[in-house]
Ligand binder design. Structure first.
Ligand SMILES: *Cc1c(COP(=O)(O)O)cnc(C)c1O
Length: 243
């Protein structure tokens, strides 16, 4: 990018961030919630390290990647810069067992633990490295065939066992809503919250993190209790029209 375009882009990032925080705060108020409970994760999968650094300058601190090699690449490119200390990358996409080691210790939080097998594999590798991996259980609340994750029933059955795995710290749950349907989105997010409340009972864990809400539906998600919205296009794409 040329210098002028960098200035323009950084100005866009900062302006848009202000608008997003405003909308998050508004949605939180509608639900009688404290806006500070909601973390804005900037999903950086479509941009490079340079744009991530500009987003940091614009005020973002937490980023999300859906591919292990991209997460590692960006972390490596940026982590050596002392000005970016505290930058956080979360793993939000499908995780294969042979990529666990790439993500462990690099991802601040793994959102996408979608099966008991994967949970066990992560725990085993974390234990071997003497660490505890913060994770979320990904739940396919809407039941769409295209989505990965535990079915709500599978999550009910597996939660206690996963909570007991020594290499994991289960911090909450994550879900994605069906696209382009506000009512379905709301049902998905409220269903996720209710399932979380149930899993809380079953496991005795706090499960404070509700990771839900993307560019098209984050306001609904915050109204329904989301504590972590994962926003990609609306953060990084100037052509994305904010509703
Ligand atoms: C890409 C992605 C997002 C961000 O989606 P946008 O619609 O661009 O906001 C959120 N969560 C996951 C798991 C993703 O893969």
């Amino acid at each position: 990018m040329g210098e002028e375009r960098i200035d323009d882009y950084e100005a866009f990032l900062a302006r848009r961030r202000g608008q997003l925080l405003e909308r998050i705060a508004q949605a939180a108020r509608v639900a009688g919630r404290n806006p500070d409970e909601v973390t804005l994760l900037a999903v950086s999968k479509t941009v490079g390290p340079e744009e991530v650094a500009l987003a940091w300058s614009a005020g973002y601190r937490a980023f999300g990647e859906n591919r292990p090699q991209e997460l590692t690449r960006k972390l490596t490119a940026l982590a050596s810069n002392p000005e970016l200390r505290g930058m956080r990358f979360d793993m939000i996409g499908n995780l294969q067992k042979n990529k666990i080691n790439q993500v462990l210790g690099n991802a601040h939080l793994i959102h996408s633990v979608s099966s008991e097998h994967l949970a066990q594999a992560i725990s085993k590798r974390a234990e071997a490295r003497g660490i505890v991996a913060p994770i979320l259980l990904e739940v396919n609340v809407s039941g769409e065939a295209s989505k990965s994750g535990f079915s709500p029933d599978e999550a009910r059955v597996a939660a206690e066992g996963i909570a007991a795995l020594p290499g994991l710290q289960v911090q909450g749950v994550m879900a994605m809503a069906p696209a382009h349907d506000a009512d379905e989105a709301r049902r998905t997010f409220s269903g996720l919250r209710e399932l979380r409340d149930e899993l809380r009972q079953r496991t005795g864990l706090a499960l404070d993190v509700l990771s839900c809400g993307m560019s098209d539906d984050f306001q609904i998600a915050v109204e329904e209790g989301s504590t972590l919205v994962r926003l990609g296009r609306t953060v990084f794409d100037p052509a994305y029209v904010l509703a």
